[in-house]
Design a protein around this ligand. Structure first.
Ligand code: UD1
Length: 418
């Protein structure tokens, strides 16, 4: 087991570079396997979720090979296995994206149902309805989804709750379907647009990604293409929150302000100085911070993935803030750990009520999920004294080079084996 040992309470300063977006990389790797020809993905983050996706694709017969830092070459020429191995699929919900790939390429998919997850129940019924809308026959047996459709046929599908996963999965299945698919109430997240852009360079015909109606004209075949993954807005946002909490001045190079609008306006509303250029976003700590009421929403609203990091920052605001979580039903698990560091946070149903400013002090804490884990790291960096953060396997899923990036900002952080 490993732990992050943090000596907190130091002002952090400097700049780091945002990595490629994990939530784009995962479906992009799958999308690349839709073609027999090889594709090149650049700016691929090296985190454990990406490793798991590569392993699943290889198990299905696709080829994935590294071609220098952040570069992966993927080809679906050898894709013959329609059954995704349970042991790998169960490790990550996004593995369910291979269902769209397998249905599109092989007309058949057998994929383990992802089950529960530490941020709440996360069913895949909207994905399945998408496949059914395209004509697949789907059954659920022994914990697996079995779907079959010798040739998918385009149709209209209204995506419930503008689900990111269901939008992307249905899009992956629809690009090789016969005829036109129209996705209504589609997710508008930048990662959806990134996947659509890549598919289009592979020869797909997708219009409207980034809006709530996406039109996909099916094509017979896709070809290889090259694509650079967009910067990770959630990673960038996490470091900006960290900067607002512990800076000094922190610059995140490659952060795209347009993808972070809801966060940046929240930061400005509480009094953080935010400066944007075309290639970076910089934050400067200001005191005192004003309290804020925030509700998580699908993009372009405030992202649920930054709810926990923002909660940590709001512990330093002067007054009572509220954070209402509307996307997932169990996303306040980190709060108990945060309280142990001195935060004054109450959870009432879907809302965290945060009273500040609180003096945070270092403590041993355990990450129970990816973003909640990063929130604890941010709290530990701001807290006075020593903290030990365990449960790093959650944080490693989505924050590449975490210790190195924190050290570049002047943090006293050490990763130790225990
Ligand atoms: C993706 C992101 C995740 C982010 C979330 C919301 C990836 C790999 N993960 O997750 O980081 O927090 O978007 O921005 O990109 N739902 C159902 N049935 C379904 C699908 C979803 O009930 O079939 C529910 C979910 O439980 C949740 C809501 O719909 O309450 C939205 O989920 P969704 O947008 O699908 O999130 P993910 O794609 O799983």
């Amino acid at each position: 087991m490993e732990k992050l040992v943090i000596e907190g309470g130091r002002a952090l300063n400097g700049s780091i570079v945002a990595s490629g977006a994990k939530n784009s990389a995962l479906p992009l790797l799958v999308a690349a396997a839709l073609a027999e020809e090889e594709s090149l993905l650049e700016n691929v983050p090296h985190d454990t979720d990406v490793d798991v996706m590569c392993a699943i694709l290889k198990a299905l017969g696709a080829s994935v090979r590294a071609d220098g830092p952040g570069r992966l070459r993927v080809s679906g020429a050898g894709l013959t296995q329609a059954q995704a191995p349970y042991e790998l699929v169960r490790r990550m919900r996004a593995s369910f994206y291979v269902a769209g790939l397998l249905l599109g390429r092989l007309g058949r998919a057998v994929v383990a149902l992802p089950g529960g997850c530490s941020i709440g129940s996360r069913p895949v019924d909207y994905h399945i309805k998408g496949f059914e809308a395209l004509g697949a026959k789907v059954s659920l047996e022994h914990g697996f989804m079995k779907a079959e459709a010798p040739r998918l046929t385009g149709s209209k599908y209204y995506v419930s709750r503008a689900s990111v996963g269901a939008t992307i999965n249905t899009m992956l299945a629809a690009v090789l379907a016969k005829g036109t698919t129209i996705l209504e109430n589609a997710a508008r997240e930048p990662e959806v647009v990134d996947v659509a852009n890549f598919l289009n360079t592979m020869g797909a015909r997708i219009k409207g990604a980034g809006m709530d109606v996406i039109r996909i004209e099916g094509v017979k075949k896709l070809h290889g293409a090259e694509h650079e993954i967009i910067p990770d807005r959630i990673e960038a946002g996490s470091y900006l929150i960290l900067g607002a909490m512990t800076g000094g001045e922190v610059t995140v190079v490659n952060a795209m302000g347009e993808h972070l609008r809801a966060l940046l306006s929240s930061l400005e509303a509480i009094g953080v100085a935010v400066e944007e250029t075309t290639t970076a976003v910089r934050v400067k700590k200001k005191e005192p911070l004003a309290p804020l009421n925030v509700v998580t929403q699908p993009y372009p609203g405030f992202p649920t993935d930054l709810q926990a990091p923002l909660a940590v920052l709001l512990t330093q605001a002067d007054g009572v803030s509220t954070l209402r979580e509307t996307i997932f039903d169990g996303r306040f698990k980190y709060v108990d750990e945060l309280r142990r560091m001195g935060a004054d946070v109450k959870v009432e149903r879907d809302t965290a009520i945060i009273t500040g400013p609180a003096k945070l002090t270092g403590a041993p804490v355990e990450a129970t999920d990816l973003r909640g884990g990063m929130a604890l790291v941010i709290a530990a960096l701001a807290a006075e004294g020593r903290s030990e953060v365990s449960g790093l396997e959650h944080i490693d899923r989505g924050y590449e080079h975490l210790s190195a990036k924190l050290q570049a900002l002047g943090a006293k952080v050490e990763r130790i084996r225990v």
